[in-house]
Design a protein around this ligand. Structure first.
Ligand code: NOJ
Length: 566
């Protein structure tokens, strides 16, 4: 596969790199490429099989050289790990398995010295059941004032044996668990939209809002450049916690406004957070993980006085099909323009089947796929999809390992799985461990440089084929997916037209293909299984496959994307 046509050298980082970038005057984040690190699975410095902050720190030069602008770290806070760290017991402490606060401080400083920004995860919808507030609420019994910081309610039925309403947990089963009174008798129920170990906060209680404003300041004072806000759409619940009336609620998610999601009251919270972010120098940002029924409702989270970005899950869910892609691109850009927020683009994260495997399977299977599909096809499409994404205006999110073309691990044995949803029947998720397998760096023996010792442990087993997919194996191979990402990110840095603005100018192109112009740049995409001959739009910059330029014509390879200078 031809691809490495661009000069990928990147100027050495210096202090000014932190403020540089095409969109810096309007906001560095408007066209930033943000790389998600999943701390458990990135790099293990002490050989315990679990990734950690010193491991991440040691790999920051890799991320700088890859060419990303910022790094988003999934939670590394003190946590019993009932949901891989999205169950936080202490928001101001680093879990010992990941390191210490000093390690976090060193990581942030090193990143800044390399010109990388750091975004941390904030989990405000729920805490861990081991959080001090929740533990006290249980210990002190029904009279405890701390109970009002969560949603405790008496049960229905003669003896309170039924949950207070009909809400279902996203991870499956009822969204309520019955607590025990201090004397051992069955007590009130508490609400948890996710696992029982993740009780939901009551955001009507002012102590909750105060606490999170203080947590924001704690990490801003530590120097972080922003927050990815977990379940940003869930904090406020409809008054009275009304029944939904009917089963199969998970199917309604994302289509209907639910009494626990996307309530208008959440926006007041983000307006107050924006004021805090703006008090700090250097354009600190908030990014909403908000699942809403429409992209227009997603836009509400990024109005000028709220957060800066919201994930574009509609794009993540789109099949590899030209007309569908064009539709979602137009819709995404159109819905963000009125609020003057950049559109974001994402193909993979720690909650969904990696896109190399999604595109290897037939469309419509959702984001928890259990079959490997046609790997070659999946990888071809994944490479093409990435070049398309990186050619669009706005900010793009990459998930660790996608630059290596990693597939999902679909055959993990049940006994190694840790996704809490796997253990609860009929939840929305359940197969997320497959995208969380530690990534391969080097060597021929597991854990492939993830940990310090060949033959050492990794918390999820890596497939034997991953030796060939390691950073070391791909570096310097012009046909590798890693070098494709490096080239693409280098071109994106050099070509101001990429990423900037809010418009794409669609050009005529045959069915099953896309062509669009952005200033002096054209992107062509072939989503079909056949080669397609078109007039060459200009000088070929980069190809995800074997684009052939022949006189004034070019043949777009099946499932490919090409970048052109015009
Ligand atoms: C979204 C996170 O991305 C996911 O990993 C987590 O399980 C839920 N929120 C609950 O915190």
């Amino acid at each position: 596969m031809t691809q490495n046509l661009a000069d990928t050298s990147r100027p050495a980082a210096d202090a000014t790199a932190h403020e540089a970038g095409a969109g810096a005057s309007r906001g560095w984040w408007r066209d930033a490429v943000i790389y998600q690190v999943y701390p458990r699975s990135f790099a293990d410095s002490n050989g315990d099989g679990m990734g950690d902050l010193p491991g991440i720190r040691s790999r920051l030069p890799y991320l700088r050289d890859l060419g990303v602008d910022a790094v988003w770290l999934s939670p590394f806070y003190a946590s019993p790990q009932a949901d891989a760290g999205y169950d936080v017991a202490d928001y101001r402490a680093v879990d010992p398995m990941f390191g210490t606060l000093l390690d976090a401080d060193a990581l942030i400083r090193d990143a800044h010295a390399l010109g990388l920004r750091i975004i941390v995860d904030l989990v405000p919808n729920h805490s861990s059941d081991q959080h001090e507030w929740f533990q006290r609420a249980l210990r002190e019994g029904p009279a405890s004032p701390l109970r009002d910081r969560y949603h405790f309610r008496p049960g229905k039925g003669e003896n309170g044996e039924l949950p207070p309403n009909d809400w279902e947990s996203i991870f499956g089963g009822p969204a309520w668990t019955r607590s025990e009174n201090p004397d051992g008798t069955p007590g009130d129920w508490y609400l948890h939209l996710f696992a029982p170990e993740q009780p939901d906060f009551n955001w009507e209680n002012p102590a909750v809002a105060d606490e999170f404003r203080s947590i924001l300041r704690f990490w801003l004072d530590m120097g972080v450049d922003g927050f990815r806000i977990d379940v940003a759409h869930g904090l406020v619940k409809a008054p009275g916690l009304p029944d939904i009336g009917g089963g199969d609620q998970l199917k309604l998610l994302g289509n209907d406004v639910m009494p626990f999601f996307d309530q208008d009251g959440v926006h007041e919270i983000y307006r107050s957070w924006r004021k805090i972010l703006d008090e700090y120098p250097g354009q600190r940002i908030g990014v909403a993980e908000a699942w809403t029924p429409t992209v227009q409702r997603t836009a509400n989270y990024v109005r000028p006085d709220e957060l800066h970005q919201a994930f574009n899950f509609q794009y993540l869910g789109t099949s590899w099909e030209a007309a569908e892609l064009r539709g979602v691109i137009d819709l995404s850009l159109d819905s963000m323009r009125p609020v003057d927020a950049p559109t974001t683009w994402v193909l993979s994260n720690h909650d969904v089947t990696r896109h190399a495997t999604r595109f290897a399977n037939e469309p419509g299977l959702g984001t928890q796929i259990r079959t490997p599909g046609d790997r070659g096809l999946g990888l071809r499409r994944a490479r093409a999809a990435t070049l398309l994404m990186l050619a669009l205006p706005g900010s793009a999110y990459l998930y660790q390992g996608e630059e290596l073309g990693l597939p999902d691990v679909t055959d993990l044995p049940d006994e190694v799985r840790q996704d809490p949803s796997f253990f609860r029947q009929a939840g929305q998720d359940g197969y997320r461990d497959g995208c969380r397998v530690p990534i391969p760096w080097s060597g021929t023996e597991a854990p492939y440089g993830f940990g310090p010792t060949a033959g050492g442990p990794s918390w999820l087993p890596q497939p034997a084929e991953w030796a060939e997919l390691s950073v070391e194996a791909q570096t310097g191979d012009p046909t590798s997916t890693l070098e494709l990402y490096r080239s693409a990110l280098a071109v994106r840095r050099e070509q101001a037209d990429l990423g900037a603005g809010t418009e794409v100018e669609w050009l005529d192109s045959p069915a099953g293909t896309l062509a669009f112009r952005r200033g002096s740049f054209v992107c062509t995409v072939n989503t079909t299984a056949e080669p397609v001959r078109i007039p060459a739009p200009g000088r070929l910059l980069l190809s995800s496959a074997d684009a052939v330029v022949d006189g004034g014509e070019t043949v777009l390879a099946p499932d490919s994307t090409d970048w052109w200078a015009v």
